[in-house]
Design a protein around this ligand. Structure first.
Ligand SMILES: Cc1ncc(COP(=O)(O)O)c(C=O)c1O
Length: 383
């Protein structure tokens, strides 16, 4: 394993940071956990942006510019020969003295570890998780803003300690006012009457990248999404619950505080979003295996991947699959050609989510799935 520390690679045994680093002494720093799927770093731009926003909030100057950090992340993944895995990016306040004062840390440090991760056993995904409500309340923005993804995770760890005594592997955290916030390191979703609900970020819930992707996917599928303030009553009476996170991915929840959710089995929306995610994973992110150089595109924050054989926007997500009204009964779903994404089965599961029958398929040109497609469907609300 090759670990990058401040621009230099070390093997695992010799990858070390100072005991005077304030990341260690005080949890003073920020981090990201990022998945690697199918030779691509998933939603890398979004993760890098969140890292720099977290750092900005705690007045931490990351020692390399964003573009360089992006390049080094990709390079570390490539060096470790991973096509599927997990990369951890950490920035610490750096070395200082034993006092708290961050001003005495002249230079921030960073390191990047590319490895693998599995948070829950396989049955959690097929049979669903039974969870409890933790008595530890989530940090609130008057104290430590939950959207700073800092190295200080003691709040979550205190909640996670409660899980052990209850014999479960996840738990819900509430705000001090009793609103549902998130799980110990994942975002929380409910389905009620066909609408997707997730706690608003103002509860202290992290604006998770997986959460963002699921919201995007749901909206593309015509599912309405609400970000709001919910109580345990809403959770117990949800038709379906699931959690999302980079480490956890998308996992169904079948029981909360001994109350079965829905039918007590994983619900259909979870299955569809989960099945669709691999298609999304394949289509977004930086395909590092073939990246030669990166440059900023004309469209501001987007990145382009330039390879020897192809030029495509690495961040063109399936959100490019724009919906536009055709008439009151039908909508056109269209996606542009993206190399190597959206395998056929992802389309099949999308079709199941559409609920209405797909009436016609048109505009197949060239080999699946690199060509564009259009499907006309009956819009379920339009009768
Ligand atoms: C507290 C917390 N909430 C939610 C999440 C899920 O966020 P993401 O999907 O960006 O991994 C994480 C994971 O990092 C987390 O630590």
């Amino acid at each position: 394993m090759q670990i990058l520390i401040d621009g230099q690679y070390y093997d695992r045994a010799s990858a070390k940071i100072s005991v005077f680093d304030h990341g260690l002494l005080y949890g003073d720093g920020v981090f990201e956990g990022i998945r690697i799927y199918n030779g691509r770093v998933f939603e890398l731009d979004a993760h890098i942006n969140r890292l720099y926003e977290s750092a900005h909030s705690i007045a931490l100057q990351i020692p390399v510019p964003k573009e360089e950090m992006l390049r080094r992340t990709v390079e570390t993944v490539r060096r470790n020969g991973l096509t599927d895995g997990y990369v951890r990016l950490v920035v610490t306040r750096g070395e200082g003295d034993l006092g708290l004062n961050p001003v005495k840390c002249p230079k921030a440090s960073y390191f990047i570890i590319a490895s693998t991760i599995q948070l829950y056993p396989e049955e959690a995904y097929t049979q669903g998780l039974k969870i409890i409500t933790c008595s530890t309340r989530r940090n609130e923005h008057q104290t430590i803003n939950g959207n700073i993804k800092s190295l200080n995770y003691l709040n979550n760890i205190m909640a996670a300690l409660e899980l052990r005594s209850a014999g479960v592997s996840e738990g819900l955290m509430l705000t001090t006012g009793g609103f549902v916030c998130e799980c110990t390191a994942d975002n929380f979703f409910m389905v009620k009457d066909g609408r997707l609900r997730t706690p608003d970020a103002a509860t202290g819930a992290l604006r998770g990248i997986t959460r963002m992707v699921v919201i995007r996917l749901a909206r593309q599928m015509g599912i309405e999404v609400d970000e709001g303030f919910y109580t345990l009553h809403d959770v117990y009476n949800a038709d379906e619950c699931f959690l999302t996170g980079t480490g956890a991915e998308v996992a169904p929840i079948v029981e909360v505080d001994l109350r079965p959710i829905g039918g007590g089995t994983p619900g259909p929306h979870h299955l569809e979003t989960d099945r669709c995610l691999p298609g999304v994973r394949a289509g977004t992110g930086i395909r590092y295996a073939r990246v030669r150089r990166l440059r900023r595109s004309d469209r501001g924050l987007q990145w382009q991947q330039i390879t020897e054989t192809e030029t495509s926007s690495s961040m063109t997500p399936p959100s490019a699959m724009a919906c536009s009204g055709k008439d009151s009964r039908c909508r056109w779903m269209r996606r542009p050609a993206l190399p190597g994404d959206w395998p056929k089965w992802a389309y099949t599961s999308l079709r199941a989510v559409f609920q209405g029958p797909i009436r016609k398929m048109r505009s197949f040109s060239g080999a699946w799935p690199t060509s564009g497609w259009r499907a006309v469907r009956a819009w379920p609300h339009s009768g």
